[in-house]
Design a protein around this ligand. Structure first.
Ligand code: SIN
Length: 280
């Protein structure tokens, strides 16, 4: 079999065929897949009948398991979480804001894998936005200004006891575990170079940034809201439509992602792993 990648036609994303992820991956296969991943930023592997063992093997081959705060893993596994929603669930959708996974950590995960377990017949697409392209398309004066800024990230709005997944979030089937540790803050440059490709990208996300160093709250918020409108423009976005028997992997260092609804009354479940920290 020869590994082949078919670009999605959008600003990022490719479908990869010619590889059986149920079998162990050779060193050459991993090198090919990682190169495709760095180039396309989001890879989708359709028609893969694989289980959690294969998901773990794939994650280890891509760089090892990342830290996963605020989720309990699924039974019998230490590094797999279930992204799930029951058919009768009425809680707000999980992960509906643009974000880069766990950006509030000192060393956020390089990537994330999602394996389809239970896919509704329609809806539940995942959106990805290419932040290398979003930065490249900005005017030079704007780029120069953004390069001077440092963002303050925190999980407090989501995972602290008073956050959106905190004590008032009743009836959610996902195993989210809010904690006071979510109040911590972590700074990252707003514009950072991809540690493997050297490309500059916007590392800003509505989900976890609570301010900009040296700016008052309102000024920082205005800047972030304006930037966010740019980051999510259609020209940078790939809409991933799920199928059963599908694994995807994305690069948190170059894309933002968010969940979408449209599957009310249907169950949805995916198994998720994160790939360990920035390679630089
Ligand atoms: C996630 O952000 O990990 C979940 C995305 C999705 O549910 O589509």
């Amino acid at each position: 079999m020869t590994i082949e990648a078919e670009p999605s036609g959008a600003a990022c994303g490719a479908f990869v065929r010619g590889i059986d992820l149920a079998a162990p991956l050779s060193v050459d296969d991993v090198a090919t897949l990682r190169a495709l991943w760095l180039g396309h930023r989001v890879l989708a592997f359709p028609d893969q009948q694989i289980d959690d063992d294969a998901l773990e093997r794939f994650t280890l081959a891509f760089g090892g398991f990342g830290e996963d705060p605020f989720f309990d893993p699924i039974a019998g596994r230490s590094n797999i979480a279930a992204i799930q929603r029951e058919a009768d669930e009425t809680t707000p959708l999980f992960a509906e804001n643009w974000h880069s996974d766990w950006s509030f950590l000192a060393s956020p995960p390089a990537g994330t894998c999602l394996l389809s377990i239970d896919i509704p017949p329609r809806g539940g697409d995942t959106l990805f936005s290419n932040q290398i392209a979003a930065f490249a398309a900005l005017p030079e004066t704007r780029k120069a200004h953004l390069r001077t800024l440092t963002a303050i990230h925190s999980a407090r709005g989501a995972y602290s006891p008073s956050g959106s997944y905190g004590k008032n979030d009743k009836g959610r089937s996902m195993a989210i575990r809010p904690s006071e540790t979510a109040m911590a803050t972590q700074t990252h440059p707003l514009i950072r170079r991809h540690p493997e490709t050297g490309e500059e990208g916007i590392f800003s996300c509505a989900g976890y940034i609570i301010g900009i160093e040296g700016m008052d709250v309102a000024e920082g918020f205005d800047l972030l809201a304006d930037l966010l409108a740019w980051q999510g423009r259609d020209e940078f976005v790939y809409r991933h439509v799920w199928e059963n028997d599908m694994l995807i992997v994305w690069d948190n260092r170059s894309v933002l992602h968010k969940a979408t609804g449209g599957y009310e009354g249907q169950r949805r479940e995916l198994h998720r792993t994160t790939i360990s920290a920035w390679a630089g």
